[in-house]
Design a protein around this ligand. Structure first.
Ligand SMILES: Nc1ncnc2c1ncn2[C@@H]1O[C@H](COP(=O)(O)OP(=O)(O)OP(=O)(O)O)[C@@H](O)[C@H]1O
Ligand SMILES: [Mg+2]
Length: 317
């Protein structure tokens, strides 16, 4: 379990993290999404106890990361943005060293097990300095999970991996996530959808949206959102339209416009148009808008929100 409240971090004049609050339960894999400089790495460093915040509180598995630092850090596995590896050790020696630091029992067996998991078993005797970039990244993940931590914090875990390793790594994360708490940062939106139960979108140090990937997915592939604009007030039209089957969550947007969502796969625009005209309403516009996760992300993280940004803000609840 991760519980963060009011987390703030200033680097001199620059506020990198601004009053951030969220919590992640056991068995959840949560993605931290945000553009460069959003504050993801800063937050993760603080969560792992590597850096104090300027204000706020972090609890890891019930322990305060600063007051109970030792206990909290024992149950954390952390993959930093750039992994500090020891170049002169062999892969096996390095993992064994990291495992012993964390009091792992049956160290040799566990190291073998982890090496197999990240497909480095045939490189166990190679010097760390001789590994390729992707192999180093895998070794970084190995040291993060070697002590079976309750809470796993992974800063861009799949960066630099080849496609087949990416798939394997996502499976490892999903597997670990069944029993543990995982927070990972990524720029790959499809990765967030595949691996994570929930997404936190962060921009300029603040959470701008938070939702289950299922809901985000529904936005992508599910029903349509239909915008309707009339040449007069919409009050009387709302009950008429909401009585149509297939119309969900109808909301008035302005004096003369409203929008609603449709059930998956239903095309009811012709019916809506007919009904409005039959009832004497002047129809000015009728169009659908559906937002992809990319669009949602861009709208939430651009400096100048585009017109439809209004819709997206209601996302944050
Ligand atoms: N050590 C530091 N000293 C001063 N400013 C820093 C430091 N580390 C990060 N920052 C600033 O804090 C802000 C957040 O940076 P951070 O590394 O947390 O972003 P990020 O979301 O991880 O970005 P990316 O996607 O590029 O990894 C940025 O404006 C960055 O310049
Ligand atoms: Mg970062």
């Amino acid at each position: 379990m991760i519980k963060v409240s009011g987390l703030t971090k200033d680097y001199g004049q620059r506020r990198a993290v601004n009053d951030l609050s969220f919590s992640i339960e056991r068995g959840e894999v949560v993605a931290f999404l945000g553009p460069n400089g959003a504050g993801k790495t800063t937050t993760m460093r603080i969560l792992s106890g590597y850096m104090p915040p300027s204000a706020g509180k972090v609890e890891i598995g019930g322990y305060d990361i600063f007051e109970d630092s030792l206990k909290a850090r024992q149950i954390i596995g952390y993959l930093p943005e750039s992994v500090p590896l020891y170049p002169d050790m062999t892969v096996f020696e390095y993992l064994k060293f990291m495992a012993e630091l964390r009091h792992v029992k049956n160290v040799d067996d566990r190291v073998d097990e982890v090496l197999e998991l990240i497909h480095l078993e045939d490189r166990s005797q190679s010097l760390v300095s001789r590994l390729s970039k992707g192999m180093k990244q895998r070794l970084g993940i190995a040291q993060a999970i070697v002590h079976k931590p309750e809470v796993l914090i992974l800063d861009e875990p799949t960066i630099g991996l080849d496609p087949s390793q990416i798939i394997d790594m996502r499976n490892v994360i999903k597997e670990v996530g069944k029993e543990h708490t995982v927070l990972l940062s990524t720029h790959i939106l499809s990765e967030a959808q595949q691996v994570c139960n929930r997404v936190l979108i962060i921009n300029k140090g603040q959470i701008v949206a938070e939702d289950t990937t299922e809901n985000l997915q529904n936005r992508l592939t599910g029903g349509q959102r239909v915008m309707v604009k009339l040449d007069g007030a919409v009050e009387k039209a709302l009950p008429v339209i909401s009585s149509l089957s297939g119309v969900k969550s109808i909301t008035q947007k302005s004096d003369n416009s409203f929008e609603f969502e449709t059930a998956q796969g239903e095309e009811i625009r012709p019916q809506v148009a007919k009904k409005l005209v039959e009832n004497g309403f002047g129809l000015l516009e009728l169009h659908t808008s559906s937002l992809s996760l990319e669009e949602i992300f861009l709208q939430l993280t651009q400096d100048e929100p585009v017109a439809a940004g209004q819709d997206v803000v209601s996302y944050n609840n």
